[in-house]
Each structure stands twice: as C-alpha cells, then as structure tokens.
Write a new protein. Structure first.
Length: 406
C-alpha cells in the first residue's frame, strides 16, 4: 500500500458532474486504500481500513485537533456531540439517548409507528388525481420533517424558516476554500447562528412551559449525569433536527429510485411486504444517504494498513466506497435484498454510529412499503434525476414519477 493518490480521482468524485454515479470513481479510488492528498490530508476508501480507523481511539472528531483550522467551524460555540471525543461525547450522547431510545426509552420508535403510518397515508392520499408527482417535494421531504418536528417539539409551521438555514448549512459542509466562493461559507456560518438562536428560544419556552416532547425532556431532566446546559441542548437539538430529516429524505428517495430501476424487486416487495426490512439494509449499503465523512482528525500518529497518518492530519472517510468494496461484499454493485452478513457503513460505525438509525430505518420501511403498495404503475420521468450539489449527503433534489391512475 502506498500513499500516492490516483491523479484527480477525488476531485472528479467531488465534481458535480459525477453526482449521478460516483461508484466507478470509488472503485478507482480503492486501488489506493489510504491516499495522501497534495494538501496533506488523507482519503480512506476501503472497507477494512474504514472500519479499522472508525474504531481507532486515536481518531478525533474534534476540529481543534486538526493542525490546519477548518473554516466551516466558524459560528460554532458548543459543538454537537458528533463533533466531540470521549469523555464529553459519551456523556452528552448518553444524556440524549435517555430520551431517544434504549435502554431508558425503548418504545420510542415503536410508539411513533401509528403516527408514521398516518403521515405516510395522508401524503399518498394527496397523490390522487395527479399523473406526475415529485417524490422529494411531495413525500420524502415532508414526511421525516413532520416526524422530527413532532418528536423534538419544533413547530411544523416554522419549517419554511429553518429549511433555508438547513440548506445553507448543508451547502457549507463540504466548503473548499480553494474552489468555493467565500459567500458559501459566510451563508453557512450565519445560518448556524440563526438556527441556534431559533432553537434557543424554544429551549427557553420549554423551561417555562414543559410539553410532551424531546426538547422539554432535555431542558428539564436531572439524570445520573446531571442536566445539559442550554448550549448543549441547543447543539443536540440542532444535530437531531438536521440529521433527523436530511438523511432520511435521501434514503427514501434513493430507495424509490432504486426500486424503479429494479422493477422485479419492486414487484417482489409488493408481494412480500416483510422483504422491506432486509431491503432497507441493502439500500443503506447500495445507495446510502451519507457518502462521505468530510473530515476527522488524527490526534496522534495513526497507522492504517501500511500507512502512518501524522498527528493533526485531516482524514476524509469515503463510507459509500467502503460499502461497495468487493473485498468485503460479493458482487457489490448488484442490488440484492437477500444479501447476508450485510454489515454496511450506511450509518457509519464505532462510537459515532448514527444516533437516529432505528428511527430512519423504520421511517423508510413504512414509506417504501406504502409507496409500493399504493402507487399505480409508477415510472421514472427522468433517469438519472437531478441531484443535490453535495457529494456528502448525496440524493436527488427532485424525483419525478408518473403513475397510471393519475
């Protein structure tokens, strides 16, 4: 293994022209599992190396451990626990998990199922009489947004406000000072400030008037680890609001796109509804909602395979490439809902394994199951569809579908 990147491969992956199908470029990138870039950063693209480093205690999620400061960190006061290391990460994640899932709240996701099904049903009802729908705007976006707003206690009618902020934040995640206009960064920084100010107002309300929602529980809970500060609550709510719908939008949309490209699997799901469980796991491997973790830091020298990554180096993790690695998955470019031992990287791995994974799974299972059951002869209008700009959170910005019974 060497540390010489195949020339231009990463740049072509990041270029928008590759968004519809980056997978051949990932295969090219995997020829050099640990690739040093001209700017001194490292790109990791193979399954074994990715899983090794994701479980390495010398990998840091704290931007302060980078030798070169990152512009995107501006505007952050208290980072979310996803950008922290132990022990602070473990403390905050544990405090949030008390109210979000097992062991303290084991019935959260199953308790939401009636509301999930009702929301899906209402959205699909609105398709009646339409010959063409946009699966993103008409379904895949409003569904998880409605769910996470209800769960957190964010007013659904405020969605037009926070959608603008979230879009600017997402656009700035993969900011490159050498190629992107400074305006992109500035809008992201301002959006972070605006969203934090908005959530701070909601937290203050929940201190005074608690309700039956996650914000209220975080704001008023004195558990074994004490109580979160308001800044910690705001950072946690910020993370859950964005991650709680952005990734699920992609997963549902990528899932329906994949099913329409594989009509035999779509028909099989219609005939075998229980297939949806392994099918969503295969989607998380085959067309995941998150393709890249754009940065991690080495807070001491890290050995990955035959390469030593120096302390302070920026590390880019190509999760979607790892989930298509032929050294780990047989016929990795084949969509196979019967795949066994499917330990994909769709939700990451290690201590930062996706906090909301169980909810995203169930949302997608219900969404795809009902779409397949109720849509009448669905067909893609455009293939490939137009994609979002981001190579990090990759998914169609629109997915137009025709149905026979419109």
């Amino acid at each position: 293994m060497t540390t010489t990147e195949t020339p231009g491969t990463l740049q072509r992956i990041l270029d928008y022209s590759s968004r519809a199908d980056p997978y051949p470029l990932y295969a090219e990138l995997r020829r050099t599992p640990v690739a040093r870039q001209e700017n001194g950063s490292y790109v990791i693209s193979t399954y074994r190396e990715l899983t090794d480093i994701l479980h390495n205690p010398h990998l840091s999620s704290d931007v302060r451990n980078l030798a070169r400061p990152m512009a995107m960190a501006q505007g952050e006061t208290t980072p979310a626990f996803i950008n922290m290391d132990p022990p602070e990460h473990d403390r905050l994640r544990r405090m949030a998990m008390r109210h979000f899932g097992p062991p303290h709240t084991p019935g959260l996701v199953t308790g939401l199922e009636p509301a999930l099904s009702a929301t899906v049903g209402t959205l699909i009802d609105d398709f009646a009489g339409k010959e063409q729908i946009d699966l993103v705007d008409d379904f895949a976006y409003p569904f998880p947004v409605t769910v996470i707003c209800r769960l957190l206690g964010v007013p659904r009618e405020d969605e037009p406000r926070f959608r603008l902020w979230v879009n600017d934040i997402i656009d700035s995640i993969d900011y490159d000072p050498e190629t992107d206009p400074k305006e992109k960064l500035e809008k992201g920084v301002q959006a972070r400030k605006d969203l934090r100010h908005y959530l701070g107002g909601l937290v203050a309300e929940r201190h005074a008037h608690p309700a039956d929602d996650l914000l209220s529980r975080l704001a008023n809970d004195d558990g074994p680890d004490g109580r979160m500060t308001d800044e910690e609550i705001i950072s946690t709510a910020n993370l859950l609001l964005i991650a709680g719908h952005e990734t699920t939008v992609n997963l549902i949309t990528n899932g329906m796109l994949t099913l329409l490209r594989h009509p035999e699997v779509l028909q099989r799901l219609r005939d075998e509804p229980d297939l949806v469980v392994p099918l969503v796991e295969e989607l998380l491997r085959y067309e995941p909602p998150v393709h890249i973790i754009p940065w991690r830091a080495a807070y001491s020298d890290i050995s990955v395979g035959d390469t030593v990554i120096p302390k302070g180096s920026q590390i880019m993790l190509m999760l979607a490439s790892g989930s298509r690695d032929p050294d780990r998955f047989r016929e990795p470019d084949r969509f196979d809902p019967d795949r066994r031992d499917n330990q994909h990287l769709g939700f990451g791995s290690g201590i930062h394994l996706c906090f909301g994974g169980p909810l995203a799974r169930r949302e997608t299972q219900i969404a795809l199951g009902e779409l397949v059951r109720r849509l009448d002869g669905p067909r893609l209008v455009t293939d490939p569809p137009p994609y979002r700009r981001s190579p990090v959170l990759r998914g169609p910005v629109h997915l137009h579908i025709e149905q026979s019974g419109g």
